[in-house]
Design a protein around this ligand. Structure first.
Ligand SMILES: N[C@@H](CCC(=O)N[C@@H](CS)C(=O)NCC(=O)O)C(=O)O
Length: 216
């Protein structure tokens, strides 16, 4: 079984971004397979992965799906991706799990599109409620760690789980606190996030999905 990471269109696939960041942070040597998404259930994704979704990782005989499971697998090989302190590690895992399990209103109303800006759009009661919670948990973590990342100087798995939220904030531009704005800028400037944006911008125009490109 070759080592490979199956992901979707970088411009749109927020869960893929999380898995990809974890795999790149852990420096796993994997072939990257990018499947163009269709904005619903994609036959090619169904055929390529056990659960019909991306991201999906095959590495040294292990098969791993679900972005959070991919994060945990990467942390087995690169333990420094979680904080070394037990209590901080528990905190990081809690907010990563909260992301994995929730914030549906934000995800539905402010979809990821690394190539567009829709300032002021997507502001529903539910998405704004999700943003309040996200800003609260970012502020708590950043106050304790002193930043620039959620658990200190290094970009870790909690940051990987929230990186697609950062892209949504850059696209939809909700009003944010100065603390959140600084965190958004730090994440956007991280070399792996910059690389993701560059690779997304280089994807074929045939991969564009009209409904995500005309949301202004
Ligand atoms: N809970 C999953 C969610 C994965 C997910 O929803 N992926 C989307 C793309 S972002 C997907 O594969 N959708 C099916 C498709 O587009 O064909 C995870 O954490 O990995």
């Amino acid at each position: 079984m070759p080592n490979r990471l199956v992901i979707g269109t970088k411009r749109y696939s927020s869960w893929s971004m999380r898995g990809w960041l974890a795999v790149r942070l852990a420096k796993l040597d994997v072939e990257e397979v990018v499947i163009p998404l269709a904005g619903g259930s994609t036959q090619a994704v169904k055929e390529a992965t056990p659960h019909g979704m991306v991201p999906y990782l095959e590495h040294e005989g292990a098969r791993i799906w679900e972005s959070l499971a991919i994060c945990e697998y990467c942390a087995e090989l690169a333990p420094n991706l979680w904080p070394s302190d037990r209590a901080q590690r528990a905190h990081a895992r809690s907010i990563a799990s909260e992301m994995h399990a929730g914030f549906r209103e934000l995800r539905v109303n402010m979809p990821m599109n690394t190539g567009r800006e829709y300032p002021g759009g997507g502001r529903t009661e539910g998405s704004l409620r999700d943003i309040v919670r996200i800003e609260t948990l970012w502020a708590e973590a950043l106050a304790a760690s002193r930043g620039p990342f959620l658990f200190g100087r290094d970009f870790g798995l909690a940051d990987a789980m929230y990186a697609p939220v950062v892209t949504r904030f850059l696209t939809w531009q909700p009003k944010l606190s100065a603390i959140s704005e600084a965190y958004v800028a730090a994440v956007r400037a991280h070399p792996l996030v910059a690389r993701w944006y560059d690779e997304a911008a280089a994807e074929p125009t045939e991969w564009l999905i009209e409904k995500y490109e005309t949301m202004a």
